[in-house]
Design a protein. Structure first.
Length: 129
């Protein structure tokens, strides 16, 4: 069975650390968590958004290919309480990168790493490229 390695950026503006813990537990059921960054809490990266968010990067391995894995992430968000138009964002599970078994970058979504905080978190768990 082929294994895929993914870098995720997790975020929550509603009871952040508790929601991130719930998300990690759900993700552990989808594959193997290889590395976690510390949780950081701060203001939104979106101008004008008054909410505070907890964020974390996670490197994991899954049997699911990228499109199926991303669809599963969206299902998990809904299961964890994310609602359309949710201003404070109960949970956000963003697929940012995919790596080969040899830790080579295969795919990246630059929009998910557009802010310095996300790049800093990713650097703590992702293979050096």
């Amino acid at each position: 069975m082929s294994r895929h390695r993914y870098l995720l950026i997790l975020g929550s503006g509603a009871d952040g650390e508790t929601q991130l813990a719930r998300a990690r537990a759900a993700l552990a059921g989808e594959g193997r968590i290889l590395a976690l960054s510390p949780v950081v809490t701060g203001g939104s990266v979106v101008a004008g958004d008054p909410h505070r968010y907890a964020n974390q990067a996670l490197l994991m391995e899954s049997a699911l290919e990228r499109s199926a894995f991303n669809a599963r992430l969206k299902s998990l968000e809904a299961e964890l309480g994310r609602q359309p138009g949710d201003a404070a964002c109960a949970i956000d599970l963003d697929l940012a990168r995919e790596y080969s078994a040899g830790d080579e970058l295969c795919w990246e979504n630059p929009a998910k790493l557009a802010h310095r905080v996300f790049l800093d978190l990713a650097a703590q768990v992702a293979p050096v490229r």
